[in-house]
Design a binder for this molecule. Structure first.
Ligand code: SAH
Length: 469
């Protein structure tokens, strides 16, 4: 983050705008609208646009060329003279006094940048690109305009008027938050958006009166986060991610996805990586029970789908045994996500009429899979957790009747910027994988459909791009 967004209180403060043209008028209007008294330094007449500024009483025309003395008593400076020499003077004089300064369209002469603003006062959304592309910021603002109802600000005022009452009613912080989330997303909000503010206030009062001040009932959300690319989350996953109080996650959940969880939610990491051993499954199960019993909304976030090689079943069995409420959100399992992003259809009328998902995690190195069934023709086999066991896996499949020429692929970190696809045959894949120094997670796909990759590949990851350049 190159810039820290902050919201300045300029009410009753003085700001200097240097210049008297259209741009200076636009900036002056913005500052006046934020409650500032705007000193406009310009020797000649002001452009006609100044006459359109609503808060005329906050505009003070200083008929003078720019000089450092004009900075006395100012909180903030905007250079809009559109003159290289003056712009430079304004910047230097302001910085000498450590005043925040912005010279329009000259990033090198700015100590702050102005965002694109979506005004739903008292709620304000500011969008910045650090000066990289103001147009992009404006496009995003236009999208938000359509998403955030014009009356959103009124909802904030209504909430403000009930704030103390709500605070007094609920002794538990989480309960208060749950109450507000319900109100701000439910019928009260709808009434405000449709202009019925009195009805909204009455309904809010009634809701508050009937609410009980009890410790909230905790719940566990067992959520599949998909194979790593945040675009592949479901809407329901995202909604629950944004309301959970605590997040329990392991290494398959990527950072961009974790960042989409509620900012102030507590995060508990139970995966491997560090010290190279994971929290035992029984401990995770009991941790979920304990957190939920404390009244928390617990997000158990898992890679892919929670019910596919995810031990999700075991976790909710424990919840059932302890009478803890839960819900399950399916996710895109690695097989589906990775195959799509590698351009390998898992079934195809010409090559494979069925697909089998197996785990390649071999207990004590002893293969305990149904090799005969897997070695049957016209099917696709997808192997999860198979990187380590790959030599044994390919050997056994060949020993049980599959040709060593059978096309096979191994895909690293599918669907993400680090996706890498290595294509070979059952015979060659173990060696190719070692050469490529793949990093987990990886998924192995075996079957004739793999040969379609060359024709159907469509996704180019960042790692692919790096490898090509
Ligand atoms: N519940 C998960 C699977 C957990 S087992 C799901 O439904 O996808 C962990 C294994 O999933 C990894 O060892 C790897 O084989 C596979 N996997 C998960 N995400 C992957 C990805 N982005 N790319 C390749 N393999 C992945």
């Amino acid at each position: 983050m190159n810039f820290l967004p902050i919201f300045l209180d300029l009410r009753g403060k003085s700001c200097l705008v240097v210049g008297g043209g259209e741009t200076a008028a636009r900036k002056s209007a913005m500052l006046a609208n934020a409650g500032a008294t705007v000193h406009v330094a310009h020797e000649g007449e002001l452009a006609s646009a100044f006459a359109d500024i609503k808060e005329q009483d906050r505009i003070v025309h200083k008929r003078a060329a720019f000089g450092a003395a004009l900075l006395d008593g100012m909180e903030l400076v905007i250079g809009a003279a559109e003159d290289d020499v003056i712009d430079q003077q304004v910047f230097e004089a302001a910085r000498a006094r450590q005043l925040p300064v912005n010279v329009v369209d000259k990033p090198a002469l700015c100590s702050f940048v102005l965002p694109a603003i979506l005004d739903r006062s008292p709620m304000i959304v500011a969008i910045g690109t650090g000066g990289a592309s103001p147009v992009l910021a404006r496009l995003l603002r236009a999208r938000l305009e359509t998403l955030i109802p014009a009356s959103y600000g009124r909802l904030a005022y209504l909430a403000e008027s009930f704030r103390e009452q709500v605070k007094a009613k609920f002794s538990h912080g989480p309960m208060r938050r749950i109450f507000w989330e319900k109100v701000l997303q439910g019928p009260v909000a709808e009434l405000v958006f449709s202009g019925k503010e009195d009805d909204a206030a009455k309904l809010l009062q009634r809701t508050l009166d009937t609410e009980k001040d009890e410790a909230p009932q905790g719940e566990v959300y067992l959520v599949g986060a998909g194979p790593g690319n945040p675009d592949l989350l479901t809407f329901r996953a995202l909604r629950l991610m944004q309301q959970a109080d605590v997040v329990v996650h392991d290494n398959l959940v990527s950072d961009p996805i974790l960042e989409m969880c509620r900012r102030d939610a507590e995060r508990i990491y139970v995966g491997k990586k560090r010290a190279n051993h994971a929290v035992p499954q029984e401990d995770i199960n009991m941790m979920l029970v304990r957190l939920a019993k404390e009244g928390k909304r617990v997000l158990r976030l898992k890679g892919g789908d929670p019910f596919i090689f995810g031990r999700g079943g075991e976790e909710i069995e424990t919840l059932v045994d302890h009478g803890v409420a839960f819900q399950v959100v399916p996710g895109i399992t690695a097989a589906a996500g990775v195959a799509s992003y590698a351009g390998i259809p898992l079934t195809h009328r010409d090559y494979a009429q069925s697909v089998t998902f197996v785990t390649g995690h071999l207990k004590d190195d002893t293969p305990n899979l149904d090799w005969d069934a897997m070695a049957k023709p016209n099917q696709t086999i997808v192997i999860y957790m198979g990187l380590q066991g790959l030599p044994v896996l390919s050997q056994e499949l060949v020993r049980h009747g599959l040709s060593p020429q059978t096309p096979a692929a191994i895909v690293q970190q599918g669907t993400t910027p680090h996706q890498r696809v290595v294509i070979g045959t059952l015979g060659t894949l173990p060696e190719l994988a070692t050469e490529a120094q793949l990093k987990p997670p990886t998924l192995i796909i075996v079957g004739k459909v793999v040969s379609l990759h060359h024709k159907l590949k469509w996704f180019v990851s960042e790692d692919d791009r790096l490898a090509q350049s």
